[in-house]
Design a protein around this ligand. Sequence first.
Ligand code: ARG
Length: 262
Amino acid sequence: MVRNAASLVLAGIVALLLATVGEPASAGHSAAAPGGVVGGLVAPQGKFPWAVRLSMGCGGALTEPRVVLTAGHCVDGTGKNETIQVTAGVTDLRSRGALIARSERVIRAEGFIDETKGDDWAVIRLDRALGLPTLPLAQDAIGVGRYIVMGWGQTREDAIQQEHRLHYATVPTVPDVKCAVAYKKMGVQLVADEQICAGAPGIDTCQGDSGGPMIGRGRHGEWVQVGIVSWGLGCARDGYPGVYSQISTFKPAIKVAVRKLR
Ligand code: ARG
């Protein structure tokens, strides 16, 4: 989602920074990879069965058959909400097998202010249970490693449209300290225990991927959710990784919210 105030503020900071430091305005690295996600691949049908697309232009994951986990900045707040359409069960949004559901109620993280300040998660109760697999939340804090991110968002920072096919990419984590130093230059303070940085030049999530899951392997080799696409400076820029909400930190609060939606 690009329409919220925080993104605009960020864009403003970016413009300022570019003006002062004189970096090239086009962030480069757009090797025109066929990859929502920059530098990724098209997901085959069935690969990520819990991944969903939300009508405001975000992603999400089924954390329960009737509850979607997404980013806090993708929703307006907590309360009754029948405005969000959810497309599920397909990687190609145009395919005939798509399951459509509607939102009933939303709970957003209590402390949410904007995506850069942490607490960037929300859960959405659907009007019906979709008979689809769910994605469990990771048990432990993640370490250094490589994780998969996905979405129907832009494949380039300057793209004018989003994708109808789900894209995914593998991204390496970037240490909090390194990430914090990069974003501090732009006046954004990383909330290290609530945010995970990951990405590489040319590989990142992008506008429209927000809310989608970052996944890794659990103890028994199953997919588990370790992050939620949250924000970044542009997309796939060298030195500016994507920032993801850290599931291990929010897991207890998410569980409480999900229970309230049952
Ligand atoms: N805030 C964006 C959205 O609403 C997601 C941006 C992710 N950016 C990044 N460089 N990883 O879709």
